[in-house]
Design a protein around this ligand. Sequence first.
Ligand code: ASP
Ligand code: MG
Length: 484
Amino acid sequence: MKFGGSSVSSAARMREVADLILSFPEETPVVVLSAMGKTTNNLLLAGEKAVSCGAPKASEINELAVIKELHLRTIDELGLDSSIVSGFLDELEQLLKGVAMMKELTLRTRDYLVSFGECMSTRIFAAYLNKLGKKARQYDAFDLGFITTDDFTNADILEATYPAVAKRLHGDWIDDPAIPIVTGFLGKGWKSCAVTTLGRGGSDLTATTIGKALGLREIQVWKDVDGVLTCDPNIYANAVPVPYLTFDEAAELAYFGAQVLHPQSMRPAREGGIPVRVKNSYNRHAPGTVITKTRDMRKSILTSIVLKSNITMLDIVSTRMLGQYGFLAKVFSIFEDLGISVDSVATSEVSISLTLDPSKLWSRELIQQELDHVVEELEKIAVVHLLQHRSIISLIGNVQRSSLILEKAFNVLRRNGVNVQMISQGASKVNISLVVNDSEAKQCVQALHSAFFENGFLSEVEEADLAQNGVPVLVSSNGAINGN
Ligand code: ASP
Ligand code: MG
């Protein structure tokens, strides 16, 4: 059972989560926690401020005060002893002073700095469960066997993690049974032996990794929304929960910007064949979303609409003549050399349109210079247009119905006077990506959502299908036919 930051943001929320766990007395869950509330953001901000504020001012950084206040108040309200976190809070202050003195914050230090959030939330929660008489044991993932690459701020979990985690948790359970309370998001670099993090939202991946390591029956990811939704409720309030998803669909949703799950987190679940249930800790009786390998796609057309804004798009047209081989290879080797990741691609023999992921660019410095450099390199072989302020709208749906989805989608967009600037149907085929202007994107999502989900479209199609062929077939979302 993984609980995100907002599920454990206060003493009241921790009580609620403890109550939730205890309401399944027949289960012995492994619990994974994020940092409390906005603590990760606050730690990152504090680190950034420390770089430039000068050592004497480091203790006065506002975010440090907010973090201290939150953790000490929570401990007090839960009737626990402040010694649980006081060592961490002191060390955190020292660390910020150190950053202020050095005037630099390396990625490695940044990971160490943010690790305080999960280290404290799990200690508080484990102490609280113990106080309630439910035996719990706190674990730091970096001591539990989470071995990762040394890519600080975005580390990958290595295979050795699975047996190591299983051995440790099994062994401890046999010696002295207690509910494990594990820090999400963290690992240990295999060469550096330093604390690493798995990328923002990485606690989901911690949870699915433990699920696979132990071969658990189910992985539950508790959030503050009623599961995976048909679109971002901040863009359009009529979004509704999606009851069932496949791992492929969920991964595609996450990659294309749905905030609800960490993009890598579906992999261990898929490999282990373990269902993932996304639930709302603020509304525990809502059914949520169940994610499995295959599902009944008979009635499924469109599953969800995802928007990723502020995308950069490149339009690249070869200056050579038709029939020249190696053009695509050259273009992509330029991206490879510059270490820039490409998202969606549409291509003909002499031209390529592609989009660049903003988050992957923004985590780096010199963004504009880098872009200029890409364009400069590409201009040696092509005419290049750099188009900024674009959005990708991704339609995640049933591959067997792609023509129907496209027909409907283009109809809606035409009626709204929107011209699509690029279209790409992902290799996984459950995803159709459309590029439009940022300024039109939200309105497009709303119009598409009402057309697909709100005006009886699905039941219309269903009736038409039944009238046409009578017996539907059962297909998985990747297009494999599973019998009838
Ligand atoms: N606390 C980390 C973050 O905010 C990890 C997580 O919440 O999953 O990104
Ligand atoms: Mg978080």
